[in-house]
Design a protein around this ligand. Structure first.
Ligand SMILES: [Zn+2]
Length: 509
């Protein structure tokens, strides 16, 4: 009778159940693994044999038996070393060296030659799958214990070596159930936002962007503080809900980037360099992995020096910016990964960086300025609601700090505005003002007659596109929400125009 032990495989960011079946027959001693294993799984034969011997048990070679391990279903490619543990356990059970009931238990882990267990990727998605499929116990390497314990309703056992598991299974030395750690809330110390002097306009723009989850582009000379402003957005954003935090941690866990401790409620901030390869930014590769845009899910993706990014990378951002997901192609079909992030970009206004600066002279020929900006396409710019210029501060403004109290007020107003939006869009399938469609703009952005008249005048006078008109309305909705006002006022429209329409920067190009 073949023995069956349950394990799991990671496909993208999700786990799938894998059955590890072991059977033996008389014959020349050898261990064969079938069921589409990759090289790492194939190599596990020697590791498992050594680990079993070094844990005081008899390996297949001592039995004069032919042992076959089947990983099912066969059509899923199995990657990595996480099947070592279930294979070893299944073999020991099949050869009657241990006895226990494998029903309801999932085992994952890599074994070393000495029988110790090593951390594997994807334990959180495995825990989610185990819970969904009604498993009761999840067995993981000690280092993976905290991510496994995030999911309620599973008994998680973590072991440092094979022997600890065997001693538990035969009841000689039971292991404790791993306790879940409390979630880690957002930091309240060393806040970088407080170190930025002056920049009142840019700070206000960040608050508005954070409140309505609007994408933002900052253009300005080197040294104007764009990078630190972008980074501080992570501190302004409200913490994630438990569900959001699990969604994010699952992505990190799938590629072994889970922090190893508590579940963090702080939103991710990712800032890949412009030299980063397209698959690393977007996701993909021969064995598809989530890229930076998925690691920024529910948080911030910051691209500094935007025009320096390769065109194909920038163009690939359009689908995720529109849909909150990215399609990654792989050998068998394609994979959909979450990528719902706030997009923050920074750029110099021209190759020398001085264009538009009152205190410096731009040395670039006009043709080069235009060529430089054309690297960022119109359709991409269209997806960015807030577009501002950040200048180097004048000396007297450099002394104006943001106090801890101001910062707390900003955070509270962002959180309140988010609550108002959640309430308003409860039945609309969206979360924030940035997602209002053309169709619903009048329904959700009701404004005073004066406000409507002002917007109409500006649109006509500056010959603005319908898209820009739509963006201004969405921004004015967020500005009214920051004040707790149901109706959009003239003042809101005026400020929204300021946050969006910057002739010097973009309309001219
Ligand atoms: Zn220049």
């Amino acid at each position: 009778m073949p023995i069956r032990i349950f394990s799991a495989s990671i496909q993208g960011i999700d786990a799938q159940r894998i059955d590890v079946e072991v059977d033996s027959s008389p014959g020349l001693h050898n261990l064969t693994i079938v069921g589409l294993p990759d090289k790492a799984v194939e190599e596990s034969k020697d590791r498992i044999t050594a680990a079993i011997r070094n844990s005081g048990f008899l390996p297949p070679s001592a039995h004069h038996k032919k042992v076959i391990v089947n990983l099912a279903p066969a059509d899923i490619r199995k990657e990595g070393p996480s099947y070592d543990l279930p294979i070893a356990i299944a073999y020991l059970l099949e050869s009657r060296q241990i006895e226990f009931n494998p029903t309801g238990k999932i085992f994952v882990g890599e074994v070393s030659l000495d029988g110790s267990l090593k951390k594997i990727n994807g334990v959180l998605p495995i825990a989610i799958m185990a819970k969904e499929q009604g498993f009761e116990e999840l067995w993981v390497p000690h280092e993976n214990r905290n991510e496994a314990a995030i999911i309620d309703g599973l008994k998680v056992y973590a072991a440092k070596n094979l022997m600890e598991i065997i001693s538990h299974l035969d009841s000689t030395s039971p292991l404790p159930i791993v306790k879940k750690l409390p979630e880690k809330s957002i930091k309240s110390q060393n806040i970088s936002f407080l170190s930025i002097m002056g920049q009142a306009f840019a700070k206000r723009a960040l608050v508005v962007a954070a409140a309505g989850s609007h994408n933002i582009l900052m253009s300005g000379a080197p040294g104007s503080g764009k990078t630190i402003l972008a980074k501080s957005l992570q501190e302004l954003l409200p913490p994630m809900s438990f569900t959001e935090a699990v969604e994010v941690a699952k992505i990190y866990s799938s590629i072994g980037l889970f922090n190893g401790g508590s579940l963090s409620l702080e939103r991710p901030f990712r800032n890949p360099h412009h030299n980063t390869s397209a698959p690393a930014v977007i996701g993909g590769g021969s064995w598809p992995r989530p890229g930076e845009i998925s690691l920024a899910h529910r948080g911030v993706l910051f691209l500094d020096e935007l025009p320096e990014f390769p065109r194909n990378v920038l163009e690939s951002l359009r689908q995720p910016l529109e849909e909150g997901v990215v399609t990654v192609s792989r050998v068998s079909g394609s994979l959909l990964l979450p990528a719902k992030f706030m997009f923050v970009a920074a750029m110099n206004p021209c190759p020398c960086g001085n264009y538009g600066d009152e205190k410096a002279i731009c040395s670039c020929p006009p043709y080069n300025v235009i060529k430089y900006r054309k690297k960022v396409s119109g359709p991409l710019l269209d997806r960015i609601d807030v577009q501002i210029q950040v200048s180097r501060e004048k000396v007297d403004e450099q002394k104006i700090p943001t106090t801890q109290g101001d910062f707390q007020n900003m955070r509270d107003s962002i959180q309140n505005a988010r609550k108002i939006q959640a309430e308003r869009y409860r039945d609309s399938g969206i979360l924030t003002n940035s997602e209002i469609s053309f169709k619903n703009i009048d329904k959700f952005c009701q404004s005073t007659p004066e406000a409507s008249a002002l917007l109409k005048d500006v649109v006509n006078a500056k010959n603005l596109s319908f898209r820009t008109f739509h963006k201004i309305k969405k921004l004015s909705r967020t500005l009214a929400d920051l004040e707790g006002s149901e109706i959009v006022t003239e003042k809101n429209i005026a400020e929204a125009i300021n946050l969006r329409v910057n002739e010097k920067l973009f309309l001219a190009a």
